[in-house]
Design a protein around this ligand. Structure first.
Ligand SMILES: Cc1cc2nc3c(=O)[nH]c(=O)nc-3n(C[C@H](O)[C@H](O)[C@H](O)COP(=O)(O)OP(=O)(O)OC[C@H]3O[C@@H](n4cnc5c(N)ncnc54)[C@H](O)[C@@H]3O)c2cc1C
Length: 380
C-alpha cells in the first residue's frame, strides 16, 4: 500500500500546521486554563475547510478522504487536543448523516456542520454506561407524524457552546422479535424540552465542551429520524470506525507534540555538566518515542487509506485507535519524565497533555472495548 502523500495533501497539511502554530498555539493555554470554548479558532478552522475535509463537495465538503482528515487532526492535536476534539466530535454526527441521511437531511444538517455555520454533537453515552451501547435507556415513542423523546445523555462533547446547532442521539424505539430497537434521531438545538446541562470539567480537553443532555417530552417530527427505525446500532457500528481513525490521529498529534517538547528540552537542559540528551537514559527514551510515533502513524494512515478505498477497515481502525492512544499515554509520560519537575507545572503545556492522552484512551471505545472488538474480528 502506497502511503506517500499527494501534493495537495501536503499543501493542506502545511496550511493547517501554519494555522495551528500561528493562531492556536499562542492563545490556547488561556482557553485551557479557563475552560473556555475557543469559538474563533473553530470558526477559523472551518473557514480553511477543515470541518469538511472528508465529505462530498456537493454538500460543501472538500471531497478529500480520511487520510487527509487524519493529517489535519494530527496537526491540530500536536498543538492542542481540545481543539482537535471539537473538530473530531463534529465529524461524528456529520459522518452519520453523510452515510445514512436522506438528501433533505444532508442539505439541512450536514452542509452547515461541515461549512462552519454550526457544529454538531453525538449523543450515545448515558449515566448507566457508555461501552454497552445496547443498554441505553433514552426512549423515543412514536406519535402522530413524529416522536417524543425522554431520557438523558452524559459527556456529550460540543453540545452546549454558542456554535452548537444540532445533536444526533441514539434512543430505544421499542422491540421486535424480542430484540430492542435502537434508532438515531437528529435533535435541533433549542427544541422545547431539550435541556443542556452545565459543562463537565475533565482532566483533558479542558477547552472543549462536554455536557449532560436531558430530554423531557421532546417532540421531533418524522424527518428527524435518521435512516430506518431500528437501524441505530448498525449505523453506529459503521460510523464509529471512522471516529476511531480520528481519535487515533488525535492521539498521534498529542504524542508528536509531547515528543517534540521533550527533544527540544533535552537538547537545552544541562545536568552534571552535559546536555541531558547526551545521556543514554534520556536519548533511548527519545528513540523509543520516535519509533512508537512512527508505528502509530503508519497504522493510522493504513486504516484511513483502507477507508478511502472503501475496503473493510474496521479491524485496522480499532487497532490504530488502541495502539495510538496507548502509545500517546506512554510518550506523554516519558516526555514529562524528561522534563523533570517543570513538566509537572500546570503552566507547562506538557502537563495538560497527560489528561488529553488519558481521555483519548477512553472515548470512542476504551482500550478494553477495542481489544474485545479486534478479538471478535479475529474470530475469537
Ligand atoms: C471528555 C469526554 C467526552 C466524551 N464525549 C462523548 C460524546 O461526545 N458522545 C458520547 O456519546 N460519549 C462521549 N463520551 C463518553 C465516552 O465515550 C465513554 O466514557 C466511554 O465510551 C466509556 O464509557 P463509560 O464511561 O460509561 O465506561 P464503562 O462503559 O462503564 O466502562 C468502565 C470500565 O469498564 C471497562 N469495561 C466495560 N465493559 C467491559 C468488558 N466487556 N470487558 C472488559 N472491560 C470492560 C471499560 O473498558 C472501562 O475501563 C465522552 C467522555 C468523556 C470523558
Amino acid at each position: 500500500m502506497l502511503l506517500e502523500l499527494a501534493q495537495e495533501q501536503k499543501m493542506l497539511q502545511k496550511v493547517i500546521r501554519d494555522y495551528a502554530t500561528e493562531k492556536i498555539l499562542p492563545e490556547i493555554d488561556e482557553y485551557v486554563q479557563s475552560s473556555t470554548f475557543p469559538t474563533e479558532m473553530i470558526k477559523g478552522l472551518a473557514e480553511i475547510g477543515v470541518m469538511g475535509i472528508p465529505y462530498p463537495e456537493e454538500y460543501g465538503g472538500l471531497g478529500e478522504g480520511m487520510v487527509t482528515f487524519a493529517l489535519a487532526l494530527e496537526e491540530i492535536s500536536r498543538v492542542d487536543a481540545s481543539v482537535s476534539a471539537i473538530v473530531m466530535a463534529n465529524s461524528s454526527p456529520a459522518t452519520l448523516i453523510n452515510l445514512f441521511g436522506n438528501e433533505d437531511q444532508k442539505h439541512r444538517w450536514l452542509t452547515p456542520m461541515i461549512t462552519g455555520q454550526f457544529i454538531g454533537a453525538i449523543g450515545l453515552t448515558e449515566a448507566s454506561g457508555g461501552s454497552d451501547t445496547a443498554a441505553i435507556k433514552t426512549r423515543a415513542e412514536k406519535v402522530d407524524q413524529g416522536w417524543v423523546v425522554n431520557g438523558s445523555k452524559l459527556f456529550i462533547t460540543n453540545s452546549g457552546n454558542e456554535l452548537n446547532g444540532v445533536a444526533v442521539i441514539a434512543a430505544q424505539t421499542g422491540e421486535k422479535n424480542g430484540k430492542k430497537l435502537t434508532s438515531s434521531f437528529i435533535v435541533p438545538r433549542h427544541t422545547e424540552g431539550y435541556i443542556v446541562g452545565p459543562k463537565i470539567h475533565t482532566i483533558g480537553w479542558q477547552a472543549a465542551d462536554s455536557r449532560e443532555l436531558t430530554f423531557e417530552d421532546v417532540y421531533l417530527p418524522d424527518d428527524c429520524l435518521l435512516g430506518e427505525e431500528g437501524s441505530g446500532i448498525r449505523q453506529l457500528l459503521t460510523s464509529i470506525s471512522y471516529g476511531r481513525i480520528s481519535i487515533a490521529a488525535c492521539a498521534l498529534g498529542v504524542a508528536q507534540g509531547a515528543y517534540e517538547e521533550a527533544l527540544e528540552y533535552a537538547k537545552i537542559r544541562q545536568a552534571f555538566g552535559h546536555q541531558i540528551s547526551k545521556y543514554q537514559g534520556v536519548s533511548f527514551k527519545l528513540a523509543d518515542m520516535a519509533t512508537q510515533i512512527d508505528a502509530a502513524r503508519l497504522m493510522v494512515q493504513r486504516a484511513a487509506k483502507l477507508a478511502d478505498m472503501k475496503k473493510d477497515f474496521r479491524k485496522e481502525a480499532s487497532m490504530a485507535k488502541l495502539f495510538a492512544t496507548e502509545m500517546a499515554m506512554n510518550v506523554v509520560h516519558q516526555s514529562i519524565q524528561i522534563h523533570g519537575g517543570i513538566g509537572l507545572s500546570k503552566e507547562h503545556r506538557i502537563s495538560k497533555m497527560l489528561g488529553d492522552a488519558k481521555l483519548l484512551e477512553i472515548v470512542e471505545g476504551t482500550s478494553e472495548i477495542q481489544r474485545m472488538y479486534i478479538a471478535r474480528l479475529l474470530g475469537c
